[in-house]
Design a protein around this ligand. Sequence first.
Ligand code: PLP
Length: 374
Amino acid sequence: MTAMLCEITIDAGALRRNYTFFEARIGRERLAPVVKSNAYGHGLNETWQVLAPLNPAWLCVNYLQEARQLRDLGFKGRVLVCGPFTPEQVALAATVDADVFVGTHEALESVLAAKSVVRTHIEFDTGMSRQGFAPASAGEIAARVAGRPEIVAGVCTHFANVEDVLEHNYAALQLKKFDQARMAFVGRGLKPLFHAASSASTLILPESVMDLHRVGISLYGQWPSQATRLSFLNESGDVDGLAPVLEWHAPLTSVIDIEAGQYVGYGCTFRASRKMRIAVIPVGYFEGFPRAASGSSAYVLVNGARCQVVGRVCMNMTMIDVTDVASAKVGARATLIGKDGAESISAAEVAAWADTIHYELLARLNPDIPRKVI
Ligand SMILES: *Cc1c(COP(=O)(O)O)cnc(C)c1O
């Protein structure tokens, strides 16, 4: 493991408040926090450490291996594996007592053939074209599993664009298709948990309220999108319910003076037009600061002041302009994500500089960066 010099801090209080915010809205039994991808970059161990005392009924992950990790950490509740698995892994599902999404005939047959009961959530593809059975085949699927009600723990789907639009007619169409699937199971006398919602739908789509809510990004205090935030603000009058959990800091590791005309960084893309002071932070694209942010309006905070990123982001280092920040000495703390004085930088802002979304930025924060729970 690399001994990285930057550090991620996890605000335990903020994480608890976000959890409680959702628990109060939908209830403990229906809240299934999503901790896949190293808890959206927040650190699975650290996130678990904060969530454990809150006694969540469910946790969602992508891989069966992540369910294994949660069991090793001591989680006794239900673990829902939303990603695909191979037929050889079915035994692991039973061993770690996981609930699994099943959206293909191959996976369904492997579950039916398993020696022990594997609690299955039959997924219908109502509009993502990603994973799941066609709603029109619901009758056939329900008939296939009707003799094994003990394995039919859930019937579910996933929304395609709730966070991307202000009018939710596509989600309404998806819900209509889901209802078709739902009726096939109800008609067979099966009583699975029905679920569709993730963060955005839980926040702004009342029709998505069902038996289980798979809440990911907003557990970490992030709005799924600006559209979701504004819709919520419109309906509920405030957006104080969610607080960002993660901050990212690094010490300045060198500070140098350069003359007008000097170049900065690979490709000589930046040339100083005046005398400047340039500081280095020990964070590059390996650590998770996107190279695509180079040359944009990217900046970091040093003692409450915005310092522009200059030149290209390197693999393990980034140069910033500290000409006007007298206190920017070696060892001073730079903030890549978080608050510093009156200024703050959100994960969504950093993502936007690199033409991506905060989901990707957070998920790609290098897992070897030390995480400190505060
Ligand atoms: C990742 C994921 C979620 C969580 O989505 P957020 O927008 O982060 O709340 C829910 N359901 C499934 C199937 C997912 O893959």
